[in-house]
Design a protein around this ligand. Structure first.
Ligand code: AG3
Length: 277
């Protein structure tokens, strides 16, 4: 018994989540929002029917979207996070003492508010004094910004609805311009199994703009298809050549990312390599 969330991904593939409770639902100007208490994964944020993050495995995604690039940059001070209104990415970024300023640009204020209320372990760093929350469309925010950020992280939802433009060439060009010399972009680039063409497009777009492009992989139980990808565009520092700072790693005491994962995540299976050929 109990009730189930049917998370529909394609006409032939859905994931069913048994729920204990629906804590919140609302239609905002941008999307349908829900916070649910799942039977197996703790509380979860659901946007337009797609599970974005769960208390049980959010650390894998949030550590992996942040640390490979943060470790690749010698002195990341000014960080821009686009999307990511749940705060998980910001939490990982604020672990670094070098960070002086974090701008979180989220289009939907309701996401920030409900995550602060229902998902405190994820949103915990949103109150950090280095963090500025800006409610605005990320596409507009980056336009005209020049030579300002060390790292820009695109923590978007799937390429439908409000997030669609966050996978396009023009957006990545604006991000390139907003980055300082040595700056790095990281974008969540979806499933290589379910979203092959999108990943091919993201990689091609970033590769056409940045001198160094690196896609890396992780596995996140909550997301579909087993693999999940992130793609870096870097002006100068190649994340592949970097050895993470071991003192920092020790101090941060993370649950997923470590020096071996840093090397391993850039190893791509042939079917993923072929996506970029
Ligand atoms: N953003 C990426 C969620 C993608 C889920 N898509 C899917 N399962 N098809 C997560 C935001 C966490 N801060």
């Amino acid at each position: 018994m109990g009730f189930w969330l049917n998370e529909k991904h394609t006409d032939g593939y859905s994931v069913k989540w048994k729920l204990n409770e629906i804590l919140y639902t609302e239609q905002s100007d941008f999307q349908h929002l829900a916070v649910v208490n799942t039977f197996d994964f703790g509380k979860a944020l659901v946007l337009d029917g797609i599970v974005q993050t769960t208390e049980k495995d959010e650390y894998i995604y949030h550590e992996m979207i942040v640390h490979p690039a943060m470790m690749a940059h010698p002195n990341p001070q000014k960080i821009l996070v686009i999307g990511g209104g749940d705060g998980g990415t910001v939490r990982e970024v604020t672990r670094y003492q070098s960070v002086a300023e974090v701008d979180l640009v989220e289009i939907d204020e309701k996401v920030v508010n409900i995550c602060r209320k229902y998902l405190p372990s994820i949103s915990s760093a949103l109150g950090d004094k280095r963090v500025k929350i800006i409610i605005e469309d990320g596409l507009k925010f980056v336009k005209g910004k020049e030579n300002y950020y060390d790292l820009v992280i695109v923590d978007s939802s799937d390429p439908i609805g409000p997030a669609i433009g966050l996978f396009g060439e023009e957006f990545y060009t604006d991000i390139y311009n907003s980055l300082k010399e040595g700056g790095i972009l990281v974008a969540q680039s979806e499933s290589p199994v379910f979203n092959r063409d999108l990943l091919a497009g993201v990689h091609k777009n970033i590769n056409g703009i940045f001198p160094i492009t690196r896609t890396y992989l992780t596995a996140i139980a909550t997301y579909i298809g087993g693999f999940w990808t992130f793609t870096c565009g870097s002006k100068k520092y190649d994340p592949l050549d970097v050895t993470p700072d071991m003192d920092m790693l020790k101090e941060m005491n993370l649950k997923y990312y470590n020096e071996d994962i840093h090397q391993a995540c850039f190893a791509l299976p042939n079917f993923v390599r072929q996506i970029f050929e």
